[in-house]
Design a protein around this ligand. Structure first.
Ligand code: DGJ
Length: 730
């Protein structure tokens, strides 16, 4: 695709396009940046979509000659208060003289190849051939404030990256009170709104609602992106999984965020995403600058599946550490749901032996391995191997794995500190707490004050020494509570700066460790998907999606999460029944098929499984080894939603479109309904597809007439089918 960013000085339009999408901004009166269009690519934009400007009694205007030109109607790139707009502003400052008024006007623009580098924040990656960036600079010469708006467009992806930067050109300090990463103004024409809600063990619950007048706002103030409302919002025109227009936003950030949609009295819509102003402010000294996290804007004219393909492609090619782009993760067995805190050398050596026999490629020692950690009440921060549980240190485990050609992984919760710990006795001032009140507990623990460089350095040192000593191959980085207090005992900055400073501190640690140990596989976790976002994905290629491993509940969680994340970026484990979270019993085959639709592993006691089960497990692992290349590199299509049906179905398509893997689940069994008719709209009409059942169908048949899939009797059954494209038609 040809990538171009142009400015036409006769029409005053900036046009970003890759021939697939367009983003158009008008420079009005050589002063203001007006949003004109974001969607499927257009040629020779004429401005015919502009609303007629009309004169309304309450609308304010700047000049008597232009009394119909009001910011109440003009769609803006960075709306401000006190200019007659009356909707949510994209930027709010308090200047040194307490004034909050700002009037930046257009100053200049710059276009460069590649993407901006945000040194302190995770950000999109691209070579100079893969992307182009437009920077629009506005200056308020009275307050001496510079505002830079960044827009990047990619050759191979329908994503626009937006972020903003403020520079203080004055000699006084001022306070940023609100600074959105992106605001987009458009017209309401019956679109629906899509977002997610969720909780621990019930992440990514999909919700479609209508857009009413007023504001709809979601976000997080937990100091983490959170499971409650992940950073995502989309509007769509009659969209479905397979068709319709979708415009979706997310953020490359892992802390507090907010997403807003506002429908005004004239049926205009404002979308906004960025740092949560409830929990954010920033003092900016003379000559200092501040950059917002990047917003990711995806346009799709192929429904929500099309939107997800853009997100999946963007994260794989422009966000993940590049060394993991094509990397296959080891199939692991994790000790958590096996024995919880009750781990020891003898048992783990047996697990390694058994895991080797069954075909696993890695063993992960989860929580419980360090300094007296027998429950969630103690020891976080004392990252020394427990001498009672592991009298010979970890060396026998690491050696045993290595001898067998397996990898060894271990669990950490680096950002946390237990009240009962040596570290807490020595460094009580490292706990996040107000100087005036006792700190709140969450899962019996406190949070380390990562706003402080000495704490960041201690963490870097502790983890680096551990990694160098034990040569571990994998670290599961957990975070089992979120922030409450947002205050540092040691710092002298505004409390509302705390949570963003915490994130910058964490990102500094992650940057260091991932660069120092580029081949170490880190898994992101916050009691499952409590901090699952594009910010963490920049450092860690995979995330433990949910602490809920149940064969039914996980279908919805995996389905929802796939809106943003490719299934292989999410880990899923086969666990024991009755399930530890729900007490539900689902068939082993169903749990295996569900985990296979992710980056698959196990989390049950393989020292207690029957010989028969071991045979099934070994067979399953072997099968996944031949399947995972397809899963990892696939294009993923959702076909049947568990949010609407008593069933779930999805499809993996190989990169060359030669192989397909269909997975479906039917939940409660009903005597009158034996299966589902599934249309597979993504096949080649004229090609023949041979199934693993030995049948042969044309693409047009499966697309239009569909495939009736029957399930076995009983609840929670699964169904899988391979389809292989036949080379020659017959
Ligand atoms: C929460 C994680 O999600 C679990 O998988 C496990 O690692 C526990 N923490 C350990 O405390």
């Amino acid at each position: 695709m040809t990538l171009s960013i142009t400015f036409d000085s006769t029409t005053n339009y900036f046009h970003l396009t890759n021939q697939s999408i367009s983003y158009i901004i008008e420079l009005l009166d050589n002063r203001y940046l007006i949003h004109r269009y974001w969607g499927k690519s257009v040629r020779n934009y004429s401005g015919a979509n502009r609303l007629p400007s009309y004169k309304k009694t309450f609308a304010s205007f700047q000049s008597l000659e232009q009394d119909n030109q009001s910011f109440e109607f003009l769609p803006q790139e960075c709306p401000l208060s006190f200019m007659g707009d009356y909707k949510e502003a994209g930027l709010k400052l308090r200047l040194a003289d307490q004034s909050e008024m700002l009037r930046p006007i257009f100053h200049s623009y710059n276009i460069f190849n590649g993407v901006p580098n945000l040194p302190d924040l995770p950000h999109a990656r691209a070579t100079i051939d893969e992307a182009k960036t437009l920077v629009l600079t506005l200056i308020d010469s009275t307050s001496r404030v510079q505002l830079d708006l960044f827009y990047s467009i990619f050759k191979d992806n329908n994503t626009i990256i937006r972020s903003s930067k403020l520079t203080n050109l004055s000699s006084d300090e001022f306070e940023i009170q609100h600074f959105a990463s992106a605001t987009i103004d458009t017209l309401y024409q019956g679109q629906q709104l899509t977002s997610f809600y969720g909780s621990h063990q019930k992440e990514f619950q999909l919700q479609h609602t209508s857009i009413t007048h007023g504001q709809f706002r979601i976000g997080s103030s937990r100091g983490a992106s959170g499971p409650q409302y992940p950073p995502f919002i989309a509007i769509s025109d009659l969209a479905h999984e397979c068709y319709g227009e979708v415009r979706a936003l997310t953020l490359i950030y892992s802390g507090n965020h907010t997403e807003l949609i506002e429908r005004d009295q004239y049926d205009q819509l404002r979308l906004q995403i960025g740092l949560n102003p409830e929990m954010f402010s920033w003092k900016l000294g003379p000559k200092e600058c501040f950059s917002t996290p990047q917003a990711v804007l995806v346009y799709s004219d192929a429904g929500f599946n099309g939107m997800s393909h853009q997100f999946h492609h963007f994260t794989r090619h422009h966000l993940l550490p590049s060394q993991f782009k094509n990397e296959i993760a080891p199939i692991l067995i994790n000790s958590w749901e096996m024995t919880y805190f009750d781990v020891n050398e003898e048992q783990m050596l047996q697990v390694i032996e058994q895991a080797h026999q069954l075909g696993f490629e890695a063993v992960v020692l989860d929580d419980g391995w360090f300094s007296g950690r027998n429950s969630s009440k103690t020891s976080l921060g004392d990252w020394h191997v427990d001498p009672i549980k592991f009298p010979n240190d970890l060396t026998p485990l690491v050696n045993s794995c290595q001898q067998k050609g397996m990898k060894f992984g271990i669990w950490f919760e680096p950002e946390m500190i237990s009240a009962q710990s040596q570290l807490c006795k020595e460094k009580p001032e490292w706990i996040v707490k107000s100087p005036y009140f006792p700190a709140y507990y969450g899962r019996n623990q406190y949070v380390l004050d990562l706003t402080q460089k000495e704490v960041q350095d201690w963490l870097i040192q502790t983890l680096s020494t551990f990694i160098e000593t034990y040569h571990v191959d994998y670290i599961k980085w957990d975070m089992n509570r979120h922030l409450v207090e947002n205050e540092s005992q040691l710092a002298h900055f505004l409390p509302k700066e705390f949570s963003h400073r915490y994130m910058l501190g964490l990102y500094r640690v992650l940057n260091y460790l991932t660069q120092q140990f580029p081949n170490l596989l880190f898994e992101n976790c916050s009691s499952g998907g409590g901090r699952l976002d594009f910010g963490m994905l920049y450092y860690f290629p995979q995330t433990w999606l949910s602490d809920n491993t149940d064969g039914l509940d996980r279908q919805a969680i995996q389905y929802g999460a796939s809106y943003l994340f490719h299934p292989y970026q999410l880990t899923g484990h086969v666990s024991a029944v009755p399930n530890h979270q729900t007490n539900r019993t689902t068939p082993l085959q169903t749990r295996m098929d569900l985990a296979d639709s992710t980056n698959m592993g196990y989390e049950l006691n393989i020292l207690k499984t029957s010989l028969e089960d071991n045979h099934v497990i070994a067979h399953h692992i072997n099968r996944y080894k031949s399947l995972r290349q397809l899963i990892q590199t696939s294009r993923f299509y959702r076909l049947l939603s568990p949010f609407d049906h008593n069933a779930t179905a999805w499809l993996f398509e190989s990169e060359d479109k030669e192989n397909y893997y269909l997975v479906a689940f039917r939940n409660t069994y009903s005597v009158s309904q034996t299966g589902y008719l599934l249309r597979i709209p993504y096949l080649d009409d004229n090609a023949y597809y041979i199934t693993s059942n030995g049948e042969s169908y044309t693409g047009s048949d499966l697309k239009n007439a569909g495939l009736f899939i029957s399930f076995e009797k009983g609840d929670y059954q699964s169904y899988t089918l391979y389809l292989k494209k036949k080379r020659e038609n017959h």
